[in-house]
Design a protein around this ligand. Structure first.
Ligand SMILES: NC(=O)c1ccc[n+]([C@@H]2O[C@H](COP(=O)([O-])OP(=O)(O)OC[C@H]3O[C@@H](n4cnc5c(N)ncnc54)[C@H](OP(=O)(O)O)[C@@H]3O)[C@@H](O)[C@H]2O)c1
Length: 191
């Protein structure tokens, strides 16, 4: 019997023989109140399923195709909440921290093949990720400005360590290194 994954890879290769980029961008975000009566792990399970297992599964399905291509790239979307969490989004932040770690290992393992592995770690952006109100939230970065800055970084090849970080990302990305982690955490999670 042919393993399902090999079958999926073969079908993909047959339909898209020049496929050389995977963008694993799908994600969901939910608040969770673990102090609430009746709290259960259903939201956490949905987040893990989409944000973590979704990325792993699509990577596993397409890697056999990508490995055979010149100039292949995998881009996955984490979040700058991977670096300092918001406590009202516990599993979401942890899922993005998982991706940040996992992508480093994937990048290392694929370095000699080679397949480039990039991590997109957006700040808060005007999309409908948490609902319609986010798309017009003035605190969020306008989507076209975010997209333009990312495209410029990609075109100029400015993604040290494989991390595509826009200017707004940097405070959280480097909070721990720069001794600002506790202050940043408190600012994001007021008591
Ligand atoms: N916006 C932000 O502030 C922000 C910040 C940091 C990171 N991110 C990350 O950026 C990525 C894109 O989010 P977004 O902000 O653009 O929000 P969005 O507009 O809600 O987009 C989420 C995308 O994920 C897809 N998706 C969700 N569950 C899926 C599933 N089970 N199977 C297949 N596709 C699924 C959605 O497809 P459908 O529309 O078909 O459901 C949609 O295209 C996510 O990984 C998110 O965590 C966003």
């Amino acid at each position: 019997m042919i393993p399902q994954r090999c079958h999926a890879s073969r079908l993909t290769f047959a339909r898209f023989p020049e496929l050389n980029v995977l963008i694993a961008n799908a994600g969901i975000s939910r608040t969770e109140d673990m102090t609430a009566d009746g709290w259960d792990a259903s939201d956490a399970e949905a987040i893990v399923e989409t944000n973590i297992l979704g990325v792993l599964r699509v990577t596993a399905a397409l890697l056999p195709v990508l490995k055979g291509q010149p100039n292949a790239t995998i881009i996955a979307t984490s979040s700058n909440l991977a670096f300092v969490p918001r406590a009202d989004f516990p599993t979401y932040c942890a899922s993005k921290a998982f991706l940040h770690s996992w992508l480093q290992s994937l990048r290392y393992q694929l370095r000699k093949i080679p397949v480039e592995v990039l991590e997109l770690a957006p700040p808060y952006v005007q999309t409908e990720l948490t609902g319609a109100q986010q798309a017009s939230d003035a605190r969020a970065m306008p989507l076209d400005a975010y997209t333009a800055e990312v495209m410029q970084l990609l075109e100029l090849n400015v993604h040290p360590r494989g991390e595509v970080l826009v200017e707004r990302d940097r405070a959280r990305r480097w909070a721990e290194r720069d001794g600002r982690y506790d202050a940043t955490y408190v600012a994001m999670n007021p008591s």
